[in-house]
Design a protein around this ligand. Sequence first.
Ligand SMILES: *[C@@H]1O[C@H](CO)[C@@H](O)[C@H](O)[C@H]1NC(C)=O
Ligand SMILES: *[C@@H]1O[C@H](CO)[C@@H](O)[C@H](O)[C@H]1NC(C)=O
Length: 393
Amino acid sequence: MSESKNTADSPESATQTQPSNSWPSATTSLFLILILPVITATLIYQLDSFDPAPLPYHELTRRLTRRAPAHNPRMLRGSERVGFGVLRAPEDVAYHSGSGLIYTGCEDGWLKRVKLNDSENPEFVVESLINTGGRPLGLAFGLHNEVVVADADKGLLNVTSEGEVKLLTDEAEGVKFGITDGVDVAVDGTIYFTDASYKYNLKHFVWDFLEGRPYGRFMSYDSATKQTTVLVRDLYFANGLVVSPDQSHVIFCETPMRRCRKYYVQGEKKGSVETFIDQLPGLPDNIRYDGEGHYWIALSMAPTLAWDLAVRYPFIRKVMGIMEKYTGRPSVEKNGGVLAVDLDGNLISHYYDPGLSLVSSVIKIGNHIFCGSIIHPYMLRLNIQQYPTMAVA
Ligand SMILES: *[C@@H]1O[C@H](CO)[C@@H](O)[C@H](O)[C@H]1NC(C)=O
Ligand SMILES: *[C@@H]1O[C@H](CO)[C@@H](O)[C@H](O)[C@H]1NC(C)=O
């Protein structure tokens, strides 16, 4: 009985009785298993219109003679979660020292503020302030008790002390913003901000990296004249920015280029751009000044071999793009963290962890650092006096 079942159900066993047929069958199987997928993949590759560009790879791999900063490669050890479940993907974090509140923008559109119970107690109170109806990313405090919000979907917003949301600007030179991303306000009231990409929106931001063309802009907004001015164009995913404490320049991050650049707003160099720091040990997102001589830069992930190959070879980015469309891209993010640098761009301390990725912002308040995230439902808090960095041997 089992014999008859076998012959009936299984074509392989039928061919086994006729050895003359087994060779073409093996060839067919081989064709199906090995060659056909290759042909299909090649066809998909040829037919797919996605056309990534070469990145200026030489600029990314210049030889450096820089000493590694002191590090803490296990920053999750000792880290606490603040606002778990209530703060959904709190991208940027801004500290209002007058009130002692931390402001953040969540993926559900809510602008929230967090009151810490006291500096050693992780208890907190989260208050929902206002919903922008978009996706608030960068936050900065204006001169009239307003919060200026870089909303990825809506543009640059004024959230007034009366709780109104007013659009300041959402286009420049006739080109709409795609991902309004980072913002800071100078002492004179000028608002500096970035549009990471005018081609893609936040939901599709990964395509901006994969395509490798500079669709980002660094701009200013003057609330007296309501004028939006493009200061630097052709940037690779222009991200977080900070006005220098002496107000002479603004530093902005270009995420896939792993660098931050300086734009002078005063003095002889006014209007010129130079590199502030490059070949960062990770992909920079937001940058903030701590009032004590250091900038803190959030690093969403460390460069991996896969990342390096993708940067170097557009065809790898094309393959990743096709995978993104049809099967999902393998995750390459790890060793995200934060980096403190001094005012001259010297690396001071680097906190990271293999289990940490997509850290989007960091502020230092007293002995603690607070980190935002574009995926996790909480902020991270770490006491850096208890969990310091150590010199790299
Ligand atoms: C801080 O938290 C502790 C413990 O939950 C509580 O007893 C205390 O009242 C809180 N203090 C404030 C100012 O909320
Ligand atoms: C935001 O709106 C408030 C209230 O109208 C105003 O006082 C403030 O100047 C505005 N801020 C900016 C940056 O336009």
